[in-house]
Design a protein around this ligand. Structure first.
Ligand code: B12
Ligand code: SF4
Length: 458
């Protein structure tokens, strides 16, 4: 669900503006829909919420950013209103997206704080350059006013989704409702863009406010809630307080988070999560080899990964293990180490997701590593098109073969092909009709077996 766009819409409405949201997610003809919305509303300003540049997937790359140009052109040919870009993608590659779309302004970071200020400034005929969080091109050079505004000043802001989007359309595809309990991350993984989006410092939402937000969502009939923090269980105490607060209200929600770090996982936290109403977790370990974890600068070791597995085995929560193969220092032996870990420690009821290759984004340390190793020679401007890192010490053909065989013999293992499966949306809808609750990945073994019976090589 487009929580970011809804938050921004709600913030500017509360600031006294008239707002309409056009959600293009399920639209068959986005250009036509946009044109008719512009004619209907005659806007003074148009904001574009851009979430994904691409799908981060080396096997089946999709360049979502290309959908933007026809939309930007449609806006320009139907109105003189300024165009403002916002959303996670824009914080990751502001310069490239401003150039590509020809938009007037880009908002970096917290749009619900920055966009109302931008509107006020433009309404007063002032120039917005002094607003923290604004970027623009001046004489073809990127200018930006950095600095992050304080989120969570007024609690954990959950928009009234029904006011802005077709909630039923999302729920019927097994969507979960995103909620953040904090912003920021103080780790320094070499490939990561998250600190660029949310900043390096933690900004914590008061746990009681998180509990209120969850209660309100449950009262509104939204029971499947996903914590979308960069890392849910760091800082540890904060996660524990959130869970204990949620356990006290005993609401009938099903909670999940895909972003757990093995360093901060123990029985106390997992028990608290179970009591809070979690039905599943995801743990982002990336590798079980020390040299690769070191190359990725994950800040934890293979020993931590093994310890986390022991803790998880003592609990009932379904777990998705997330791996990323091909990072710095990866070679045949390190891949084998990770696969050995998966075979020994991942329960048959849990799922392992293996991604191969790492999307390189400008400004990350991985970009420097890739340039030094000669893996990357492109200019940052050319990096909107997905470009991936694979360790030069790894034989990609060997990796493809071994992963094909490993996935064939483990029905609870998947790779990115599972996400790109063209019938996945239909499976989600069918699941929803049959009363399946998110997350769908819990049923991976069953789905793979069923599709194989139907003759599909999945
Ligand atoms: C949680 C998460 C997921 C979860 C989402 C679960 C859920 N129920 O929502 C899952 C795992 C499903 C997921 C999937 C994907 N994700 Co993801 N995800 C995230 C994560 C960690 C948080 C997103 C979030 O909800 N943030 C909270 C909201 C409130 O923030 P926001 O949307 O950014 O909105 C704020 C601002 O951006 C801004 N804003 C937003 N819109 C607008 C509009 C205007 C006009 C303005 C002014 C401002 C503005 O203001 C908002 C409020 O502050 C981000 C990383 C990050 N830290 O941002 C990656 C991220 C967004 N994901 C990313 C990607 C690539 C994907 C996938 C394509 C991966 C894949 N291979 O399938 C899919 C796409 C899913 C989809 N349909 O869009 C990328 C997108 C950028 C890029 N690199 O291309 C990110 C940035 C991570 C990364 N690798 O860099 N994701
Ligand atoms: S822990 Fe996660 S969010 Fe933090 S830097 Fe590493 S990959 Fe990024």
């Amino acid at each position: 669900m487009p929580i970011g766009a809804c938050m921004v819409a709600e913030a500017i409405e509360q600031a006294g503006h008239r707002v309409s949201v056009l959600d293009l997610m399920f639209n068959q003809n986005p250009r036509l829909a946009l044109e008719s919305e512009i004619k209907k509303t005659n806007p003074d300003i148009v904001g574009l919420s851009v979430r994904n540049i691409d799908n981060n997937d080396m096997q089946n790359p999709v360049a979502f950013f290309k959908d933007l140009k026809p939309l930007a052109d449609t806006i320009r040919s139907n109105t003189h209103a300024p165009v403002v870009l916002g959303g996670a993608a824009v914080s990751v590659m502001p310069e490239e997206l401003l150039r590509y779309t020809g938009a007037d302004w880009a908002v970096l970071g917290d749009g619900e704080v920055v966009f109302p200020q931008l509107l006020e400034t433009l309404s007063n005929d002032e120039t917005p350059e002094r607003i923290p969080g604004i970027a623009w091109l001046e004489d073809n050079v990127l200018k930006k006013n950095t600095g992050y505004a304080a989120r969570f000043l007024y609690g954990c802001q959950i928009p009234n989704f029904n006011r802005w989007i077709d909630v039923h359309a999302y729920l019927s595809r097994l969507s979960t409702v995103p909620v953040q309990t904090k912003l920021g991350c103080h780790f320094k993984c070499v490939y990561c863009t998250y600190r660029k989006i949310e900043g390096p410092d933690y900004r914590l939402c008061n746990p009681e406010h998180v509990v209120d937000a969850v209660r309100k969502l449950a009262d509104a009939g939204l029971h499947d809630i996903e914590f979308v923090d960069n890392v849910f269980n760091s800082p540890y105490e904060h996660a524990l307080n959130v869970c204990e607060g949620l356990a006290r209200i005993q609401s009938d929600v099903r909670l999940q988070s895909l972003e757990l770090n093995p360093l901060f996982l123990d029985d106390t936290l997992l028990t608290a999560m179970e009591q809070a109403g979690f039905n599943s977790i995801g743990i982002t370990v990336e590798s079980a080899s020390d040299v690769v974890l070191d190359g990725l600068q994950k800040g934890f070791t293979a020993k931590d990964v093994y310890s986390a597995a022991q803790v998880i085995q003592r609990h009932h929560l379904h777990c998705l293990w997330i791996f990323m193969l091909g990072g710095p220092n990866e070679n045949t032996e390190t891949v084998r180490e990770t696969l050995r870990f998966a075979a020994q420690c991942i329960r048959p009821k849990d799922i392992a997701f293996f991604n191969t290759g790492i999307r390189i984004y400008p400004g990350t340390e991985l970009e420097q590593i890739a340039r030094k190793e000669g893996v990357l020679t492109l200019d940052p401007q050319e990096m909107l098109e997905p470009v991936f890192y694979v360790s030069p010490a790894l034989d990609l053909d060997w990796l493809t073969r071994i992963m094909h065989d490993t996935l064939a013999s483990h029905l609870n293992y998947i790779n990115s092909n599972a996400i790109s499966l063209s019938i996945l949306p239909a499976i989600n809808r069918l699941g929803s009709r049959l009363g399946v609750k998110p997350p769908l990945w819990r049923h991976t073994r069953f789905i793979r077996r069923g599709l194989r019976v139907l003759g599909m090589d999945v």
